[in-house]
Design a protein around this ligand. Structure first.
Ligand code: ZN
Length: 383
């Protein structure tokens, strides 16, 4: 087994989490990663994704040539942006465990992944590990809709397979993730004075409430979820509300189930709206509905017997570990890259309680992730 330098890994992580990098403002961390990758022998360049998303940097692509003739290239990817509150991170170090001071996230999502990739690049060179060409991609704007991966310039990428480092336990390999759809419903009722003439109005809030009360939400089944997360409407206490907007999402690892959940949500609103009308001075007024449905991203479904998955399992065996392919409820850059034709699975780095101010991680998990990767890269090169 090719042991990694755990101190270097930890120090780089601590440095990275102290650099602010909210989505669209990843430049400082990108420059630091570029320096690290170059010191490991990589040639770096940026694509133009930053211009497309109005950010201050593009995706960073660091390439290392292979040392095994004819070995195929392999992609390693992690995202550079972090969620709020994520500025001014002051990490607390307790041995191998690193946590936040409780005022921000740690940003181990996904700086742990960035640091793991850099350590892999260093070890490949130092330990003269046989490998094919490596394409390390550090993406922007993952947290705001996987925008960096969507806009990644694939003309710069040759790999057909790879790993993404953006989940918790290094004992698992995420191969299935849901597709997601966002929904927006605008219910239009009819405004009226609530005290003087309520019978001349249609309450959009009441119509929306009936729709929502009839709706299946939350966990629909083991691979499907749905949520209405934002509701906005009404003008004043004493006006029968004329409009309400409800926004939400549905996710499923099964495309047909996703579609049927979205259809169900639309049907609930249509039914409630169809029941709401009022007759004013002999004229009938009906409530109406506008709805918008958008595919946020496709699901990810790498079969358990895909060559990539088999390779990772075999690599784990070779270093005396077990790894299990599994599904998750979240989406990440891997959804997009699979959709765009690169087979990638998501390997954990040890990040925990992400997107909370309780976030923490254990550097030993990061080391395990890097060690497994080194073995995967050797296998991928036929060694
Ligand atoms: Zn992430």
């Amino acid at each position: 087994m090719a042991a990694v330098n755990q101190d270097r890994l930890k120090n780089l992580l601590l440095e990275l989490v102290r650099i602010d990098s909210l989505s669209r403002r990843e430049r400082d961390v990108a420059i630091r990663l570029q320096r690290e990758a170059e010191s490991a022998g990589a040639v770096c360049r940026f694509d133009s994704a930053g211009e497309k998303v109005r950010g201050n940097t593009g995706n960073l692509i660091a390439k290392i040539p292979g040392n095994v003739p004819g070995a195929p290239p392999f992609l390693l990817a992690a995202h550079m942006d972090t969620v709020a509150p994520g500025e001014g991170v002051k990490p607390i170090v307790e041995g191998d465990v690193i946590r936040t001071d409780g005022s921000t996230v740690l940003g181990g999502d996904d700086k742990s992944g960035c640091a793991v990739i850099c350590e892999v690049l260093h070890r490949l060179r130092e330990a003269e590990i046989p490998h094919g060409p490596i394409e390390a991609v550090f993406t922007i704007c993952e947290e705001i809709g996987l925008q960096g991966a969507r806009n990644l310039d694939l003309a710069l990428i040759e790999s057909k397979e790879g790993l993404i480092y953006d989940s918790d336990s290094p004992g698992y390999l995420v191969v299935r993730a849901p597709g997601a759809v966002t929904v927006r419903f605008t219910v239009k009722g009819f405004e009226a004075h609530a005290g003087v003439a309520p019978e001349r109005g249609i309450s959009a809030i009441k119509v929306a409430a009936e729709a929502i009360a009839a709706m299946r939400l939350g966990r629909i089944d083991d691979e499907t979820t749905a949520n209405l997360g934002v509701i906005q409407g009404g003008r004043a206490r004493n006006i029968v509300p004329g409009e309400v907007v409800v926004r939400g999402e549905a996710r499923s690892r099964n495309a047909a189930k996703l579609q049927s959940q979205v259809d169900h949500m639309i049907a609930c609103f249509k039914d409630a709206v169809a029941r709401a009308s009022v007759v004013i001075d002999g004229e009938r007024f009906e409530a109406s509905l506008d709805h918008a449905v958008q595919q946020a991203y496709d699901g990810m479904n790498v079969p358990d017997d895909a060559p990539l998955v088999k390779k990772v399992i075999e690599a784990a065996h070779r270093i005396g570990r077990a790894i299990e392919p599994q599904g998750t409820g979240g989406g990440c850059d891997a959804n997009i890259l699979n959709q765009r034709g690169i087979v990638v699975a998501n390997l954990g780095t040890g990040m925990r309680e992400i997107h909370t101010t309780r976030e923490w991680l254990d550097v030993r998990d990061m080391a395990a992730s890097a060690e497994l990767t080194l073995e995967v890269l050797q296998l991928h090169a036929g060694r």
